[in-house]
Design a protein around this ligand. Structure first.
Ligand code: NDP
Length: 480
């Protein structure tokens, strides 16, 4: 049994109250480690450590902060295989995906912000001949970073890297469902010489830790990625203290496929964008709209490709999909497959759990599922399932496709497949989503603003947006 420990003030420790939570391996359903069931006192200790570390860290030259962060990135890169295996075991994703995507991206997150902060500048405004204004951007102090279970280290580092680079000290909370790589990561920070108290990682339940962080007056900002309902709770709790909030929330992303698209590329990418990471990526395209003239051909080809995907042991290099991250989430996804049928949907492939023999007999696996025959207004097409379940819907005109795509409370990401250049610009401006991918998916440039419209979030991460979020501007006006 591995004991995951909190990392507070540079020390590894169990929860002060001595309680533990079980941590399951999704592929087997078995408990393989335990994590501290931290409570308010643990969060208080972490906040105090962060507060104490702030004056020194925030006044360290950006290049020195960056150098420590680069050392962390180098250490992570040198242990990529170990981290990829740990992520796969803890989350259920295929190890090949963790090796190809999650861990390299976590390395990139740290390298990117370690360097970005050295290139950052702030604005100056000359007011006629009478004054010069310049903007000072100073770190906020202690900030809270809360991350979800789908891309554990990838999203954890996406938040903490800009916060650290900008000179803040932090209390970070990984999801209780996937705490392992954040724990391993804290060892790297210590080894890289990050001063004690700069990054504190507290493990446990959202309700216990989050609620303390959200209402603590010393914590100046909360950067959160997770579900829309949790985001609303955090906003309600933090608003009276006027904390800065960055909320990256849920999605119900449309993929629009026009008859003039590069058919093969659209088809293979639609499969990838629907089922990568078992569909547990906030950017996965779960509502696929296809122009009617190619609908039947596309549907049959899509279903054939999806049926050929291999669901299996995440340790198996040939698995396309691994296990669902938790039993609770497995039950939620299976519940939506049931609902889709009650709403009149036809299951074209999948729709059932995978039962295997041997090591994975107790694991939580679901076949990639494709459903047609549902109206866009039904719950299956409106609520976030966040699993390997997609629907197909035909459309006749660009206007109709646009209206159906936008008809959701969410607005995280949309995909458009077309060779019509004018259409790409028209839809780019009219789709109410934080990202519009044209003829691609998951092509990320870390400098671009990342976030959602509508119920998909408030604020933006990425590039200068993240550094702006983690600093407070002061305008200094000097009369000439
Ligand atoms: P949750 O909202 O359940 O949890 C996210 C994190 O918040 C977890 O660490 C959780 O802890 C914690 N938490 C729970 N309650 C509180 C609280 N009251 N205060 C503070 N923190 C709290 O989301 P999931 O982990 O289930 O992640 C899936 C969701 O994340 C999906 O909706 C998905 O769309 C969204 N997501 C959005 C992304 C984006 O960029 N927009 C990217 C990736 C995912 P605990 O685990 O202990 O409950």
């Amino acid at each position: 049994m591995i004991n995951i420990l909190n990392y507070i003030n540079g020390e590894f420790q169990p929860a002060l109250g001595g309680s533990w939570l079980p941590n399951h391996e999704p592929a087997t359903g078995a408990v393989y480690s335990q994590l501290p069931d931290s409570q308010a006192a643990d969060v208080e200790a972490a906040i105090a450590a962060a507060e104490q570390a702030f004056p020194e860290w925030s006044t360290l030259p950006a290049a020195e902060r960056g150098a420590i962060m680069e050392r962390v990135a180098n250490l992570l890169e040198s242990r990529l295989e170990e981290f990829a295996r740990a992520e796969s075991r803890d989350q259920g994703k295929p190890v090949a995906l963790a090796r190809r995507m999650d861990i390299p991206r976590a390395v990139d997150n740290f390298r990117f912000f370690a360097t970005a902060v050295k290139h950052w500048s702030s604005e100056a405004h000359v007011t006629d001949q009478s004054a010069i204004n310049y903007t000072l951007r100073q770190p906020l102090g202690v900030v809270g970073c809360i991350s979800p279970w789908n891309l554990p280290l990838y999203l954890f580092t996406w938040k903490i890297a800009p916060a650290l680079a900008a000179g803040n000290t932090l209390v970070a909370k990984p999801s209780e469902i996937t705490p392992m790589t954040a724990f391993l990561f804290s060892e790297l920070c210590r080894e890289a010489g990050m001063p004690p108290g700069v990054l504190n990682i507290v493990h446990g339940l959202g309700a216990s830790i989050g609620n303390t962080l959200n209402v603590h007056p010393t914590v100046k900002a909360i950067s959160f990625t997770g579900g829309t309902l949790t985001g609303a709770t955090i906003a309600r709790q933090a608003a009276p203290l006027f904390k800065k909030l960055s909320l990256e929330l849920g999605g119900k992303n449309p993929t629009l496929i026009f008859a003039d698209a590069d058919y093969e590329l659209a088809l293979s990418t639609a499969v990838r964008s629907a089922f990568t990471n078992q569909g547990e990526i906030c950017l996965c395209g779960s509502r696929i709209f296809v122009e009617r003239s190619i609908y039947e051909r596309f549907r049959d080809d899509f279903v054939a490709r999806v049926a050929a995907l291999k669901v299996g042991d995440p340790e198996d290099e040939s698995s396309d999909l691994g296990a669902i991250a938790s039993e609770q989430h497995f039950n939620k996804v299976m519940g939506y497959i049931q609902l889709a049928q009650e709403e009149g949907g036809r299951i074209l492939t999948g729709g059932t759990a995978v039962k295997s023999e041997g090591r994975c007999a107790g694991g939580w696996f679901i076949r990639p599922t494709v459903i047609e025959g549902l109206a866009n207004s039904c719950r299956t097409n409106q609520e976030e399932i966040f699993g390997p379940v997609v629907t197909l819907q035909p459309f006749d005109t660009e206007e109709e496709a646009l209206a159906m795509a936008n008809d959701t409370q969410y607005g995280l990401a949309a995909g458009v497949w077309t060779s019509n250049l004018s259409r790409t610009h028209r839809l780019g401006a009219q789709l109410k989503f934080g990202i519009v991918w044209v003829n691609c998916w998951l092509l990320r440039d870390l400098r671009t603003p990342f976030g959602g419209h509508k119920a998909s979030g408030v604020g933006r991460e990425g590039g200068w947006e993240a550094l702006r979020f983690f600093t407070e501007p002061t305008n200094v006006c000097v009369k000439i």
